[in-house]
Ligand binder design. Structure first.
Ligand SMILES: Nc1ncnc2c1ncn2[C@@H]1O[C@H](COP(=O)(O)OP(=O)(O)OP(=O)(O)O)[C@@H](O)[C@H]1O
Ligand SMILES: [Mg+2]
Length: 325
């Protein structure tokens, strides 16, 4: 593998593996992230997202495999990685009994921001995060969304070229999430590489490229549009029916239906062919005396792609998506 840091690659890993005892949390994954890219890492709970991030951030030593972050070796230069990257962990640590300003100052110290530029950097971070009004407030009194912005600011105080965000927006409201993403995009525009994990598919849509990780394995990788266009081999039907959750199992028993999932108040059915499945579903509803329903073929969402890829993986075992471009 070319470990030359002077190219346009910010992260490169090959056959990266992490075992905890006999359990394989990350199973020999390989991928690259380009400089300035917003790279989304998606996967269900326990898939191995945080474990991967921790290895990339120099916090966990891989069991095997090689990798390079910002030109530093993840096996041998962990301290250099820690100093040169930004990391906002899933349970980010801010000191609740310190003020906003004191927290930022604390992180300036950790990251050894030179005294001469410290004040200017701290002011810049406060402005960037939009938290001027809370400067002298105790951090514990801030709402979740503002804490998240402060945590991002603290992770950026030393001007890292790459930042790792582990579920940065979990538990905050949609407006705060939206504002947070504006910040992320702004950083990317300035050339910062952003590696972000999320469970929210609408957020994933904001990423330049995505990797889906499942049971420690990367099952697909590509742009959001590419994944939707190329990975979705089936049709998606939007099925509106009263008490939708009661129909999932029955619909899945139909030969032409592969998978059914609840999306708010409607069902999405992943089917081999909409032209075959629609009459079969219509027949089932008729048999059960249901008249108040609708079925329409829709464009696959990222969530549909995800559900379909997992199904495919469980059946066939192995990579099923686009390779990195
Ligand atoms: N220190 C550890 N010791 C043992 N097992 C661990 C350890 N850290 C993680 N694991 C296991 O490794 C698997 C992957 O965990 P990880 O935290 O990477 O998942 P994740 O994709 O980040 O999930 P979530 O979406 O819930 O944050 C899980 O089964 C977890 O229980
Ligand atoms: Mg996690």
């Amino acid at each position: 593998m070319n470990m030359n840091p002077n190219n346009d690659i910010a992260v490169r890993v090959e056959k990266l593996e992490k075992k905890f005892g006999d359990f394989t949390a990350v199973d020999r994954i390989s991928f690259e992230v380009k400089k300035g890219e917003i790279f989304g890492f998606l996967g269900p709970n326990g898939a191995g997202k945080s474990t991967t991030i921790r290895m990339l951030c120099g916090i966990l030593t891989p069991t095997s495999g090689i990798g390079n972050v910002s030109g530093y070796d993840i096996n041998r230069q962990q301290e250099l990685i820690k100093q040169n990257i930004g990391y906002m962990s899933q349970k980010f640590s801010l000191y609740e009994d310190l003020t906003v300003e004191e927290n930022i100052d604390f992180y300036s110290g950790i990251y050894k921001v030179p005294k001469k530029v410290r004040k200017a950097r701290e002011d810049w971070i406060i402005k960037m995060a939009g938290i001027e009004a809370f400067r002298s407030h105790l951090t514990g009194t801030l709402s979740g969304g503002w804490k998240q912005r402060l945590a991002l600011g603290c992770a950026l105080i030393h001007e890292p070229k790459i930042i790792f965000l582990d579920e940065p927006t979990s538990g905050i409201d949609p407006i705060a999430r939206n504002n947070f993403w504006k910040l992320i995009k702004e950083m990317a525009k300035q050339g910062v590489t952003v590696f972000v994990t999320t469970h929210y598919m609408d957020e994933a849509q904001n990423c330049d490229r995505l990797a889906f990780i499942y049971r420690g394995d990367i099952i697909a990788i590509g742009t959001p549009e590419g994944l939707k266009a190329e990975c979705m081999k089936e049709d998606v039907l939007r099925i509106s029916v009263p008490n939708p959750e009661e129909w999932i199992e029955k619909l899945e028993k139909l030969e032409s239906v592969k998978e059914v999932a609840l999306f708010g108040t409607v069902l999405h059915g992943i089917v081999k062919d909409g032209r075959q499945a629609t009459p079969a579903i219509t027949k089932l509803f008729a048999q059960e005396g249901i008249k108040d329903y609708s079925i329409e073929k829709i464009k696959a969402s990222l969530e549909d792609v995800f559900v379909s890829l997992i199904e495919f993986y469980d059946e066939a075992g192995g990579f099923c998506g686009l390779r990195p471009s």
